[in-house]
Ligand binder design. Structure first.
Ligand SMILES: Nc1ncnc2c1ncn2[C@@H]1O[C@H](COP(=O)(O)OP(=O)(O)OP(=O)(O)O)[C@@H](O)[C@H]1O
Ligand SMILES: [Mg+2]
Length: 1137
């Protein structure tokens, strides 16, 4: 508790440091004003206003308090219905109030630094500001999950719209960040310029007066990040489109468009820059001081883009605006008809044509809609012509409808862009900025509606602050002195009562059959409302006003909470009916302009609805009722705006004006109730639930009634008794500071509790972890020890085995040595004896041998003789036996051969034949496949040679091993034979040096023997000169001996040119090859087989002589070389060694 006391002390010190009391001008919080009366209140406002302090709050408690005894509490048990109601959770926090005085100039109090100053600070810590209120509302929404609404009230020009923008920008600045969130924020903020351009206008009271009511719900997620928003709009003052009071302007967008649009855009929209061209724009105040319409136009276009308008959408919107402007320029002239009826006619159709081009409406359709009015009733259709006045009425009604529907479409379109994309639960902050209470020279239906709306807002303020609060104190048995205030419920009732309220009367009049005019409506009011205290009319039954000249006959006056307003009754009926001729809505529906078409769905002939649409008044009443209901479900926060002067000027503080506002806003009463009352109340259960952790007895569970628990809690915390009171079902806390302290203590305690939970959890986690580690360690250690012991045991075991085996081996060897020694010792005598016996035996043997040798000599000789005889006999017998055996063996072989041949025959004839053939073929194929073409050729030649010479010529076997090379002489490479080579064009088959035998003497000379495909050539070996050339067709035969020599004769065809000298006789080392090649070449070229004669004697033709070449067996004199000799005319002898 001491700690708590210290904590409170330090907090108090901090507060002192940052208190709003520091450097304060006047009194920032009106609750602290002493004495509190109208005069001091206004003086305080003025003093602060003069020092640029424009904000004031009504939150703090007065320092001197009335002590409230707890004895006032009397328990009635929980069956009390009120206790039950409170339990169900209506916890009321009397919302903060900020009083704002319009400075009419910019003050340096909205900078980002200021935002930081107010961020997350308690409401009472800093000087009053819209930021402080916004921060509190935002934090309450974020941290306590309570939907908020910020109600901004005050008369026209008091600064409501500015305040609402400040609230939004503050919330945007302090809430979450991130690309997506920033986009949402930006879109929410940028919806303002768009709506202001289309819904605001300059009035005599305010240069930027909101001509529509706006309520915006900003939606947040559980973290407090904005998700999106929803805007509701309330009744746009559309009469302004066609007519503006003196000194006022039409809606900003018209002027912005004409000033800011490029020439290109203007010509596209068929507009001219000159304001004076347009009847709908008032000229006397077209320019507003300090307002740059052109720059604003760019801002609006940019804002539209940010909000998400497509380019074509923005263009469509401007087209509609242009069409409205141009509608005002259509003028009518009267035209009399034969039947006496007045008819109107369009003066200049050019404008109409351009409108139709812009909107895609058929000109004749629109023209007809301005001239006729068709009334449909059941199946009947009646068309009547319009006179000039009616035509103008129709034109203006169309312009007003077009513009107001465009405005509603804009709001819906913005909503579509800014709506929250998720379906998560949302928290909502509503900001209400509605048109302020206004009194003009001429007040019409619009002012009546606007002022009614303000009455309702005042009513809700009174309900929630003055009435409800005071009533609650009484209900809860809290000691209370009633504070008087003016309750405007009576005025609301005058307007909205369903049976005799003004709006109900107006509706009744509008729906009544027969002639209905504004005058009949006024008459009705005069009858029904005459006795009402707040209704004044000259013609009413109430004689009070009979002589009141300030009250014209065509008017009625209402005493509003904020003052008396005189309403011109003219136009009430029409405006309430809000009639647009069906012909016009149908013409609009026929437009090819998609946006315009969508604005007039009732123009669709397929959807004709004969029922009257609800009147403007009843629609507005219903939407205001919904709004009020909505506001009541949220935590209210108030910004009460005060206008310091009527001149829209800075530094001027008109006391009378301010005094009037303070009075009707009920500010003084409000402050009084706050001074005497309690800032915060909450049912006991939720209160105990929220703060029970601050006290040991109530934490974690309190067994007993909640109220007793709260009592214990507050005693424990030593909260001064004057700071709170016990109601029947709720605890009332007087000072917000106490509540904030409680909250701070709770926050601190929650942190401690979190730390405790964290501590225990961490301890538990660490211990569990430790135990797990310990268990694991034991398991690992056990396993490791077992493993280590096992390993050691095995090592010891194997060592023991080694040692054992060594010892055993050593022991065994020792025994073995011993045994061997013993054995050798034992055997020594025997050995010696054996040696001795051996010597003796050998000596005896030698003697016996000598004796036997002598004795045996004869026997031996005899035996030898017998032996040789026997052997000779044996040899003969053996020879005989071998011969016999040989015969038998040959016989057996012959038999075996016969059997095998039989078997083979049998095998081939039967199954084996196939296998045999197949195998043979395979072997052959395998062998063939290995052959290259070249090798094949060689084998073919070798085969040919074998067929020609095998077993015929003795030289053949020696040629088998020689490879046939053909070109032995490489004439291509030898330059000596270049000429020879050039002379031969064909492929050379044989090039070899041979010996040519001289026909005359048998001597030989060397010649180059060349065989080509077609010829046989002989050339000189030295010069390479061709000596003879024989075509192969002329070669008839080749002759050679059967012996081992290389001579051969080439016989030529008789009578051929080559045969003139006779046949050739050659000798060559490669006879077999040459003869074979010659044979093959001749065969392939001439297709004739060359005759090869092998004979040891043959005839050759030498010139005219036929000479016999004879081969004889020669002597060895000449070595192994055969010699040749011409013996005589008829014989040539070749000696072959
Ligand atoms: N806080 C402020 N600081 C500076 N100027 C302000 C401030 N509040 C208001 N003004 C000035 O007062 C003018 C009127 O304010 P605003 O438009 O907010 O009034 P309003 O209450 O919304 O009026 P209406 O009911 O006609 O819409 C603003 O255009 C601005 O010039
Ligand atoms: Mg405004």
């Amino acid at each position: 508790m001491q700690e708590l006391g210290k904590e409170q002390d330090t907090m108090a010190k901090m507060e002192v440091k940052t208190s709003l009391l520091d450097n304060m001008i006047g009194v920032g919080d009106m609750v602290l004003l002493e004495p509190l009366n109208e005069e001091t209140f206004i003086n305080n406002l003025k003093k602060r206003f003069d020092h640029n302090e424009i904000y004031h709050s009504a939150v703090q408690r007065h320092l001197k308090r009335v002590q409230l005894g707890t004895s006032a509490f009397s328990s009635k048990g929980i069956d009390d219905p009120y206790v039950l109601l409170a339990r169900q959770g209506r916890v009321t926090y009397i919302g903060s109030v900020v009083i704002s005085v319009n400075p009419y100039r910019s003050l340096p109090i909205y900078s980002p630094e200021k935002v930081e100053d107010y961020r997350n600070r308690n409401f009472y810590e800093l000087s009053p500001h819209i930021f402080a209120l916004s921060d509190e509302a935002y934090r309450s929404l974020r941290d306590q999950d309570k939907d908020q609404c910020i109600l901004i009230t005050g008369e026209s020009g008091a600064g409501k719209t500015e305040a609402s923008k400040l609230v939004m920008s503050y919330v945007a600045a302090v809430c979450g960040k991130g690309a997506e969130v920033n986009q949402v924020k930006e879109q929410l903020l940028q919806s303002n310029p768009v709506l202001e351009a289309f819904g605001n206008a300059k009035t005599v009271r305010n240069d930027n007066s909101s001509r529509f009511g706006k309520y915006m719900d900003i939606e947040f997620d559980f973290k407090g990040d904005p998700l999106g928003g929803v805007i509701s709009n309330y009744l746009l003052e559309k009469s302004r489109v066609v007519k503006q009071p003196r000194g006022e302007r039409n809606f900003h967008v018209f002027y912005q468009l004409l000033s800011g649009a490029s020439e290109e855009l203007l010509s596209k929209l068929k507009l001219e820059r000159d304001f004076s061209r347009y009847n709908y724009l008032s000229l006397d105040s077209a320019k507003v001081n300090g307002v740059d319409d052109a720059a604003n136009f760019r801002t609006v276009r940019n804002a539209m883009q940010i909000v998400g308008f497509m380019d074509h959408e923005a263009e469509s919107v401007l087209e509609v605006v242009a069409a409205v402007l141009k509608l005002g320029n259509i003028e009518f002239k009267p035209e009399s008809r034969v039947n006496g009826l007045d008819e109107s006619k369009i003066k200049d159709k050019n404008e109409l044509k351009e409108i139709c081009e812009l909107t895609g409406i058929d000109q004749s359709v629109l023209e007809r809609a301005f001239s006729f009015r068709t009334v449909e009733a059941k199946q009947e259709k009646v068309s009547t012509t319009l006179n000039v006045a009616q035509a103008y009425y129709a034109r203006d009604a169309l312009a007003k409808n077009l513009y107001s529907r465009l405005f509603s479409w804009l709001v819906n379109r913005i909503n579509e862009s800014i709506k929250a994309q998720t379906k998560v639960r949302k928290k909502v902050m509503g900001v209400l900025d509605i048109y302020g209470f206004e009194i003009f020279e001429d007040n019409s239906f619009e002012q009546f509606i606007i002022n009614y709306c303000n009455e309702k807002l005042q009513q809700i303020f009174i309900e929630l602050t003055l009435k409800e609060e005071q009533e609650e104190y009484i209900r809860e048995d809290i000691e209370w002195t009633h504070i008087d205030y003016f309750n405007n419920a009576i005025i609301c009732d005058l307007i909205e009562n369903n049976t005799n309220g003004i709006l109900a009367m107006l509706d009744e009049e509008c729906l009544r059959p027969g002639t209905v005019t504004d005058e009949t409506f006024l008459e009705k009011l005069n009858q029904v409302c005459a006795t009402h205290q707040h209704f004044e009319s000259r013609m009413s039954k109430c004689s009070r006003f009979l002589n009141d000249t300030s009250l014209p006959h065509s008017c009625f006056r209402i005493q509003h909470y904020a003052g008396k307003v005189l309403y011109q009754v003219e136009g009430f009926v029409d405006k309430n009916n809000d009639l647009l001729y069906r012909d016009l809505s149908q013409a609009m529906w026929k437009a090819s302009h998609a946006l315009i078409k969508s604005l007039f769905p009732e123009g669709n002939p397929a959807k004709i609805n004969l029922k009257r649409p609800p009147t403007a008044g009843s629609q507005f009443k219903a939407s205001v009722a919904t709004l009020m209901k909505n506001l009541q479900t949220k935590n209210p926060n108030y910004i009460r705006c005060i206008k310091p002067n009527d001149k829209k000027a800075a530094h001027i503080f008109t006391e009378a004006l301010v005094c009037h506002q303070i009075r009707y806003l009920g500010l003084l009463e409000n402050v009084r109730v706050r001074r005497a009352g309690y800032a915060f109340r909450q049912a006991y259960e939720p209160c105990l639930e929220r703060y029970k952790m601050l006290c040991k007895q109530t934490w974690p569970h309190w067994k007993g009634p909640a109220r007793a628990g709260v009592e214990v809690l507050f005693n424990e915390l030593e909260i001064p008794v004057e700071e709170y009171s016990f109601g029947r079902s709720k605890i009332f806390i007087r000072n917000p500071r106490t509540l904030f302290k409680l909250e701070d203590l709770r926050k601190q305690r929650l942190e401690d509790l979190a730390t405790l939970i964290q501590k225990i959890y961490r301890g538990w986690k660490c211990r569990t972890h430790f135990l797990l580690m310990k268990k694991s360690q034991i398991v690992i250690a056990a396993w490791y020890r077992r493993y280590a012991q096992q390993k050691r045991y095995q090592q010891i075991k194997s060592s023991a085995l080694v040692i054992q085996s060594y010892i055993r081996g050593w022991k065994a060897r020792k025994i073995l040595r011993e045994l061997k020694h013993q054995k050798r010792c034992k055997e020594a005598a025997t050995t010696i004896a054996a040696y001795w016996h051996g010597t003796q035996a050998r000596r005896e043997l030698r003697r016996l041998k000598e004796e036997a040798r002598n004795k045996h000599a004869i026997a031996v000789i005899w035996a030898y003789w017998l032996g040789s005889k026997a052997r000779r006999e044996l040899k003969r017998l053996k020879e005989e036996a071998r011969r016999k055996h040989a015969v038998a063996v040959i016989w057996a072989y012959w038999l075996g051969l016969k059997v095998r041949r039989e078997y083979r025959k049998f095998f081939r004839a039967n199954a084996g034949k196939k296998i045999y053939e197949f195998t043979l073929q395979r072997i052959c194929k395998k062998y063939r496949d290995q052959f290259t073409d070249q090798k094949k050729l060689i084998y073919e030649e070798k085969l040919e040679a074998s067929e020609l010479f095998k077993d015929k010529k003795a030289l053949y076997p020696s040629s088998v091993g020689q490879p046939f090379q053909g070109a032995y002489l490489e004439i291509n490479k030898n330059p000596k034979y270049k000429k020879l080579k050039d002379a031969i064009e064909e492929k050379i088959i044989i090039a070899e040096v041979v010996n040519k035998i001289n026909r005359a003497n048998g001597k030989s000379t060397s010649r180059i023997f060349l065989l080509t495909n077609n010829n046989l050539l002989l050339a000189d070996q030295k010069s390479g000169q061709i000596k003879s050339e024989v075509p192969l067709v002329d070669v008839t035969k080749v002759s050679m001996s059967s012996q081992n020599d290389g001579f051969f004769a080439v016989h030529l065809k008789e009578g051929s040119e080559a045969a003139s000298k006779g046949d050739f006789l050659f000798s060559s080392d490669h006879l077999i090859e040459m003869a074979t090649k010659l044979y093959r070449t001749t065969l392939s070229q001439t297709k004739q087989k060359l005759n090869i004669e092998i004979s040891d004697e043959f005839l050759v033709q030498f010139r005219q002589d036929k000479v016999c070449v004879k081969f004889i067996q020669g002597n060895q004199k000449n070595g192994s070389v055969p010699t040749c000799k011409r013996k005589n005319n008829r014989l040539l002898e070749v000696a072959v060694p």
